[in-house]
Write a new protein. Sequence first.
Length: 140
Amino acid sequence: MKDSLSISVVVITLNRAEWLKDTLDSLVRQTRQPDEVIVVDNDSQDNTKGVVLSFANKLNFKYVIEKTRGIPYARNTGVRNATGDIVAFIDDDCIADENWLKYIQIPFLKDPNVGGVGGETSYLENGKSMVEEFYKRYMR
């Protein structure tokens, strides 16, 4: 049984540079650092590239542009560029708990038959995220 696995985090984004900054900040604060972060820019027209480059000294990342718009295209591009044993996805309007990657790795280490894991999703009430709007509309 292995005692660690490499983790690639895939973030897809489209014209959300300001939100992406918060997402990437949350990855910097992980207790178990990602081995790589793949930011897939789905052809943004804002300062997305500048935000990603501002994290050059904080995260090991790949910046990839996917010109074909759409979540499936962007996610598949992220997976194709990932080199980790585990591929973890986070949206560009989310903030990861500081132990997110630490706890994602555990089931894979305990059981080699695990193919995927999920976890609890909650939102911050700051009035800006799509997750928050979803919860307000459909989960209350």
